[in-house]
Structures are given as C-alpha cells and as structure tokens.
Design a protein around this ligand. Structure first.
Ligand code: CP
Ligand code: NVA
Length: 304
C-alpha cells in the first residue's frame, strides 16, 4: 500500500524516533537509493527551506527533483486534483505538495498511487515537525523530560509541533491569546496522541507563566502565508514576542527555535534571534537531514 505523510500521525512513534536517530547519524550521507527516481514538488505558496531541502535531499540520495508551480500547471486552469494525481503517478515516484487546503492535499493523496508528502498546508506542517524534533533531540538527552513552549499564533506549525512532541512523550505548552488558540480539533488530536505516547499538552495564555522551567521556546510568524496582516492581531500578539526579558524567565540555557522565515521585531527580537541561545539555523539545516530519512522510508522503501 502506498504510504503518505500528510500529518505527523501518519508515522508511528517508533518510526519517528528511528527516523530522527537515523537522520542524526547520517548527516552528509550520499547514496544511490533513489537512483532513477524522481520527486515532484508542487507548490502553491512561496518556500525557501522546504523547496530546497527536499530537492537537495533527493539529489543526495541519487534521485532527481522537479519543481512545479501550481500556477504553471493545468491544475491552475481547472484540471482536477484527482486527474493531476493520477497522471503524475505515472511519471513520478513521490510528490511533495505545499498548498492551502489540507482537504485538497488529502484528495490528491487519495487519487495518487505514489507517496505524497505534506510540504505545508494551512492546517499542518509535519515535515517541519520532524526537523524540530530532531533538533530538540540534539540538545536534550531525554525527550520525556523536555518542556517546549510555543508562543504566538496557534497555527499550522503549532499543530504539527504539538503532535510530534506529545507523541514521543514530551511536554508542550501552547501559549497564545485566547482568540488565536489551537483549533479544538487540534487539541483533541494532541490529547489522543498524548494519551498513547505519554506526552503532555498544556494550553496557557500568560507568557511569563508558560515559559517557567522551559527547555525550549518556539515561535512562528504572526501572519501565515495567505493571511491578511490585520493590526488587531499584531496588537494581540505583542506580549508573546520572544525577547530577552521573556527568555530570562525560562530555564537558564533555554534554547530558542523558529521554523523560519522570521520577522525580527515581531514574534522574536533581533537580540534573541541572533543571540547565543538561538538554534534556528541548525534547526533549518535539519530539514535536509530529516527529510532525507523520510524520502528513504517512503520512496526508497528503506526500513528506518
Ligand atoms: N520553515 C519553512 O517551511 O520554510 P519555507 O517556507 O522557506 O519552506
Ligand atoms: N505558519 C507559517 C509557516 C511558514 C513556514 C506559514 O504558514 O506561513
């Protein structure tokens, strides 16, 4: 059966843990596992990291990648998602899709006979979550003792980060203004994964309370791709900026993460973003290493 990675829970806890361990061990590895295979990237939103890291990951495994902007495809002129998926399944060995609707992504996967990977939707960003967990594991020996605090907008990145952390037994605090909290479906999903994986999800509103004893602070942009820059939302989120004052309330040595792109002066201060506790660039690099393992698992038929 064709396996897809549309959300974090499409991998088991054991697979996720094996994947990040393997990614840590095989940084820089080159192989020919995907020799003769082609990965398609269909993107309807901009991307720097996801596009380049998946492309390079395919190259490092001896495969090829082709970039397809939705605008330049017949998809953008009304060809159906299902017809596109069936046609591309005859040419490609796997596809990474970045789009708006998770429902559209799922429709593509349902009609495809090749693995489909979520490269970000409005609801989720599970390929980012793999790199996030890998990065956390590089700075913390025991994931079950880790406390991560996500501050800001309860968005796609927050959903997938929450999923992966509770799945492996970690403690995640999602700290947002009440109007911007994680959607209720995401909280229910995280609670179910936490019950199975031994993790804890806490929802808080007060940043000073949330960051107490934190090992990692994590934030993302206040306005995701496709969203209007509403001044009221900016105002609501101001107290959630990760600045030095907030960071000093966390555990000494607490690390700071961001999926990037960052807006210095909004969700994170320049001082923190470029300071000694920031691990945002190793985190970004880990997109490459973790996605290589994902491609090996889904397209290279490798056991991780
Ligand atoms: N973090 C992330 O997905 O970055 P891009 O939008 O640049 O792909
Ligand atoms: N939440 C952001 C993540 C970008 C990688 C967005 O969807 O734009």
């Amino acid at each position: 059966m064709t396996r897809h990675y549309l959300k974090v829970a499409d991998l088991t806890k054991d697979e996720v843990l094996a994947l990040i361990e393997s990614a840590r061990a095989s940084k820089g590895e080159r192989s020919s596992l995907l020799s003769g295979k082609t990965l398609g990237l269909i993107f309807s939103k901009p991307s720097t990291r996801t596009r380049v890291s998946f492309t390079v990951a395919a190259y490092h495994l001896g495969g090829r990648a082709i970039f397809l902007s939705e605008r330049e495809m017949q998809l953008g002129r009304g060809e159906t998602i299902e017809d596109t998926a069936r046609v591309l399944s005859g040419y490609l060995n796997g596809v990474v899709i970045r789009t708006f609707s998770q429902v559209d992504l799922e429709a593509f996967a349902a009609a495809a006979s090749i693995p489909v990977i979520n490269g970000l939707t409005d609801e989720r960003h599970p390929s980012q979550a793999l790199a996030d967990l890998m990065t956390i594991s590089e700075y913390a020996a025991d994931l079950s003792k880790v406390k991560v605090v996500y501050l800001g907008d309860g968005n796609n990145v927050a959903v997938s980060l929450t999923n992966i952390l509770v799945m492996v037994g970690a403690h995640i605090v999602v700290c947002t203004p009440p109007e911007l909290e994680l959607p209720s479906w995401a909280v229910s999903e995280a609670e179910a994964l936490a019950a199975a994986g031994g993790g804890v999800i806490e929802i808080l509103e007060d940043p000073a309370e949330a960051v107490r004893d934190a090992d990692f602070l994590y934030t993302d942009v206040w306005f995701s791709m496709g969203q209007q820059k509403v001044p009221e939302k900016r105002k609501m989120l101001e107290p959630y900026q990760i600045d030095q004052r907030l960071l000093d309330l966390a555990k000494p040595g607490c690390r700071v993460m961001h999926c990037l792109p960052a807006h210095r002066g909004e969700e994170i201060s320049a001082e923190v973003m470029d300071g000694p506790q920031s691990i945002v660039f190793p985190q970004a690099e880990n997109r490459l290493h973790s996605q290589k393992e994902l491609l090996k698992l889904l397209i290279g038929d490798a056991k991780v």
